[in-house]
Design a binder for this molecule. Sequence first.
Ligand SMILES: *Cc1c(COP(=O)(O)O)cnc(C)c1O
Length: 361
Amino acid sequence: MGRIYNFSAGPAVLPEEVLKEAADEMLDYRGSGMSVMEMSHRSKVYDGIIKEAEADLRELMNIPDNYKVLFLQGGASQQFAMIPMNLMKNKKAGYIVTGQWAKKAYQEAKLYGEAIELASSADKTFSYIPDCSDLDIPEDCDYVYICENNTIYGTKFKNLPDTKGHTLVADVSSCFLSEPVDASKYGVIYGGVQKNIGPAGVVIVIIREDLITEDTLPGTPTMLKYKIHSDNDSLYNTPPAYGIYICGKVFKWIKKMGGLTAMKEHNEKKAKILYDFLDESKLFKGTVEKADRSLMNVPFVTGSEELDAKFVAEAKKAGFENLKGHRSVGGMRASIYNAMPVEGVEKLVEFMRKFEKENAE
Ligand SMILES: *Cc1c(COP(=O)(O)O)cnc(C)c1O
């Protein structure tokens, strides 16, 4: 069996080159006589791996020196609590609710203080990004929170909200390293790596140093304090060592591909192929506002649940896996992350054309 085209939203496709390299190094990492999985996280060899991963990420994203890069665990979902526990000094924060992940973060924040819904697109099943150019933000808000790319609904903030001087916190799980970013516009950028960077089990948090303080909410567990992880360079306890090693390889792969500018071009090219087809198709159509379309997650429907199911089943047989939409929304979704080759999207569109012809009334 060869490899299929994997359109999963996460865990998701990784560059084949990276997987092969990891396979080559599985039994003996560069003469160490052991696998990275078997190595002490305090060893010199591993220190080299984690330091190099951080340095490459800093270079790729052009992260300013006054930001810390943390490799943590607990999934993106754990950050839903960790953010308020560490940043809610006034016990007040604003949330822009653009989908299920943003909503979960908003609801979690309510456990710790006053979470205010500053804007929402729930009225139209999260099919657009609300206008965030003039939000009504209370003066004493500790931060403004967004989910920058909405994995389930397929929308993306093309402009960051005007936070009126408040700290911006962004969940970028499903658009991490997909295009250049200006890190200095954010207080915190974080994401689970299993969408676009590596294996599940690692969360990367990029946080401005002044936000890392001893002053956390009472009862905050030691493991959920940014300061502890920052003071210990992500080695307070055993980090997800093998996962970080794979992330490091993906950073190298992105650098070799030309960095984030090249990634953006590559991603725009793929997304255009699929969206152009959806716009001309008589059977398939996209489900979100064109201006807010994600480059990473592309949801679409036929308008008939039966045909949707038939499409997903036939696509699977033809080697296109994981095209079923999220269980909460139905339809289809093609996640076309960095590691999805252009050819994968071209072949998918070819298959969709054929399906459309065969199923025309
Ligand atoms: C997948 C996802 C999450 C949840 O990630 P876990 O690592 O499973 O907790 C959160 N936010 C976004 C945007 C996601 O895509």
